[in-house]
Every structure is written in structure tokens, then in C-alpha cells.
Design a protein around this ligand. Structure first.
Ligand SMILES: Cc1ncc(COP(=O)(O)O)c(C=O)c1O
Length: 398
């Protein structure tokens, strides 16, 4: 592999470190922005060779949105618009880096568990790269997202016991059947990919950090990636200090915010309209909390009403059609501004992490030439059920 050393962090997860220095970063101003995420080659754990990953990734806009600034009374607000990639969510960075490595090692199958967006991204990226894709989602995953996966030929398991069971089943299936495992917390590549959004923000602000970064939190990988990116910019000597981070969870599913504020969680989280961040048992939670402490950050929680209002505001004032989880950071920012956690004179970047893809047409791609399968199975979390369901497919299960 290229640069980067894999170590076990204090949070118990594997993480990459580098021999940091200014020369690891591309020069400012960016001259090759169209290279997207791959231009941070020296801070990615891969050899210095062109990627075989076929889709564009990274290089997303930092939007000024003057009308939104005006309405919120926050003249220093910017939006990191992560909705412009192939699957319209920030998951495309991680998908690309995991598949990039998989293609070099000759892997044929990629799999992941997901609340929805990582799965859609994996289905799109995997299909483009010629891989078979196996997905594990909670049984209540939005049908429109399952349709997106199947339309790309993915085999989708809706797991009755919910996300955490889907995650555990996904891990054991990948280990047993020798599939490439994209799961966050298993593949440290996902964090490495997500950190590149912070590198881009630094470049887009002409070599500066914002005072505050506002991020939605489900499992926590988006926050960890953004925080690690800013930490690495400091380690490289490109920034004096990391921005403060405002982390945002939905009130209907806020286990990390509860831990942060030492409030007892309910027996069962009621759920949220922002399904992308509905993760009752986050896998990389301790790492996310450690990053938030390092960034002298804080957690806010927002109601579904506030999230939907933020989505409406993004559409109306910034012409951005975010899904609820993608608008959660903006909802959290409004709350943080109301409570004085952020000030109007600060430079603030709010991540907009996802938009809904247009619905798959009724005569879906399963009938398209070259299509490689695709099916949905609803199961209990049981490895034998996975093997039985895939027995007549091209996916190896022995
Ligand atoms: C649109 C959107 N925003 C934010 C997140 C939160 O990301 P993480 O699980 O990395 O905390 C997700 C996760 O699925 C998502 O789909």
C-alpha cells in the first residue's frame, strides 16, 4: 500500500496516521480540482497510481447561499454540499476508496450494512465497477432506497431485528464468504475518504478553517472523518487550530448526544424522520465523542419538525433539495445560533450530506441489458438464510 500507517487508536478503532508535513497537501490554489478526492493522494492509504474506480468522487461545492445567510442572520455561513455525487450523499467518498482498494486486490463482491444511503452508494459504485453487491438494511429502510439498490443489481437483505443486527450479520457474512467489507468501524478507509471533505473546505476557504463546522451524526463516521481531516491539516502545518464542531442528532434517536450530556437514554428511541442518522447503537460512538472533545465541540439535538423546516429552508433559500438527514446540520445550526453556541460574526460551515435520488422508474433497470441480478429478501438475522437466498445467484456463499 501507499503512505499511511494503520494503528489502533485510543478509541479502540483502527486508524491511519502519516508522516505529516506541508508537502502531503496539494498546493493552493487548487489547479486540478476536477481530480476530486484523489488529489489528496499523499494523505490516503493507497499507492500512488491512478484509480480504476470509474465514477467521479469528491470536489463538491462550498456554497455561499446569500439568501440563507440573510434569513438566518449568519453572514459567515457556508454549505458544504455533499449532494452532488453519483448517489447524492456523502457516502460516495467512502464507497470509492473501499472499491478502489478492492479492485486492486481482485475482489468480486462488496457488502455493507446501512441505514440506506451507504447502501445506495455501494450499489451504484459497485455496479459501475463491475462488482456484485450485497446489502443489509433494517427492515424499515425506506422502500425508495431499496428500489435504488435493486435497480443497480444489488442483493438486499431487509433484516427484521433492525440496524444493529443487520450490521452484525453483514460483518459475519463478509468474513465467512470472503466479501469486501465496507462497514464503517471495520474498514478504516471510510474515515480516510470522508476526511477529504475537510481538505476541500480548507482549500475553498483559501487555506483557512471555519470557526465552526456543523455535522449530522448517525454512526458518527461523518463527524470523525471531518474532524480527522482538520486535525491532519493542523498536523501538516496548514492550519493553526481545528474548528469547533457542533454535532447534531435527531431527538428521536440521540444516543451519542445523551452520552455527551450525561442524560439517561430512553428504554427505546422512538425514531426520526431523518432515517440516515437513525442509529440507536452507534458502532464508532466512542471515537466520535473523542473527536468532539478534541474539537472543544458540543452536541445539540433537534426535533423532526425542526429538521423538516430546515429542509424546506434549504430548498427555498439555497435551492438545495436535501433529505431530512441531509438537512439536520442546518436544523442544529439554527438551534446553536439561538442558544449562543455559535455567533453571527463566525465563519461557519454546515455539511449538507444527502438528497433523495429521483425515484427509480417503474420499469426498473432489472430489465436493462447487462444487468446482473438484484433481489430483495426479508429475513431474520441468520447467516444460513443469507446463504440459502444467494444460492442461485452469481454471489459466492461458500
Ligand atoms: C444523509 C446522511 N447524513 C448524515 C449521515 C450520518 O453519517 P454517520 O453515520 O457517518 O454519522 C448519514 C448516514 O447514513 C446520512 O445518510
Amino acid at each position: 500500500m501507499g503512505e499511511g500507517r494503520l494503528e489502533s487508536g485510543a478509541h479502540g478503532c483502527l486508524t491511519y496516521t502519516y508522516e505529516y508535513g506541508r508537502s502531503l497537501l496539494p498546493p493552493l490554489p487548487p489547479g486540478d480540482a476536477e481530480a476530486g478526492m484523489w488529489r489528496y493522494q499523499k494523505l490516503l492509504p493507497r499507492p500512488d497510481v491512478p484509480t480504476d474506480y470509474p465514477l467521479p468522487v469528491g470536489g463538491t461545492p462550498l456554497r455561499e447561499a446569500p439568501e440563507l445567510r440573510h434569513r438566518l442572520g449568519l453572514p459567515g455561513l457556508w454549505l458544504k454540499d455533499e449532494t452532488s455525487g453519483p448517489s447524492a450523499s456523502n457516502k460516495d467518498r467512502a464507497t470509492a476508496l473501499v472499491i478502489d482498494r478492492g479492485l486492486r486486490t481482485g475482489i468480486r463482491v462488496i457488502s455493507t450494512a446501512s441505514t440506506g444511503n451507504a447502501a445506495v452508494s455501494t450499489a451504484i459504485g459497485g455496479a459501475a465497477a463491475g462488482l456484485s453487491v450485497v446489502i443489509f438494511v433494517p427492515a424499515d429502510c425506506a422502500p425508495s432506497k431499496v428500489d435504488q439498490m435493486v435497480a443497480r443489481g444489488a442483493y438486499v437483505f431487509r433484516v427484521a431485528e433492525g440496524y444493529r443486527a443487520a450490521f452484525d450479520l453483514s460483518r459475519s457474512a463478509a468474513a465467512t464468504f470472503a466479501w469486501l467489507d465496507r462497514n464503517t468501524g471495520v474498514s478504516p478507509l471510510t474515515i480516510e475518504a470522508k476526511k477529504t471533505a475537510s481538505f476541500e473546505v480548507w482549500e475553498q476557504l483559501d487555506g483557512n478553517a471555519p470557526d465552526v463546522a456543523v455535522l449530522p451524526v448517525g454512526d458518527g463516521a461523518t463527524l470523525i472523518g471531518a474532524a480527522k481531516g482538520f486535525r491532519e491539516l493542523v498536523a501538516c502545518g496548514a492550519l493553526a487550530q481545528v474548528p469547533r464542531i457542533v454535532a447534531v442528532q435527531a431527538q428521536g434517536c440521540a444516543p451519542l448526544a445523551a452520552q455527551w450530556h450525561s442524560t439517561p437514554p430512553p428504554h427505546r428511541w422512538p425514531g426520526t424522520v431523518a432515517d440516515g442518522i437513525e442509529v440507536p447503537e452507534p458502532v464508532v460512538g466512542p471515537w466520535a465523542l473523542a473527536e468532539l472533545r478534541h474539537a472543544t465541540g458540543d452536541f445539540v439535538t433537534v426535533s423532526d419538525t425542526e429538521i423538516l423546516a430546515a429542509a424546506d429552508l434549504l430548498a427555498d433559500a439555497a435551492h438545495l433539495k436535501a433529505e431530512p438527514a441531509g438537512a439536520a446540520a442546518l436544523a442544529g445550526l439554527r438551534r446553536a445560533a439561538d442558544t449562543g453556541l455559535v455567533r453571527p460574526d463566525e465563519t461557519i460551515v454546515a455539511w449538507v450530506t444527502g438528497a433523495d435520488l429521483p425515484a427509480v422508474p417503474a420499469a426498473s433497470a432489472t430489465s436493462a441489458p447487462g444487468h446482473r441480478g438484484g433481489a430483495v429478501f426479508t429475513i431474520s438475522a441468520d447467516l444460513d438464510a443469507v446463504a440459502a437466498a444467494l444460492a442461485d445467484t452469481p454471489v459466492p456463499v461458500s
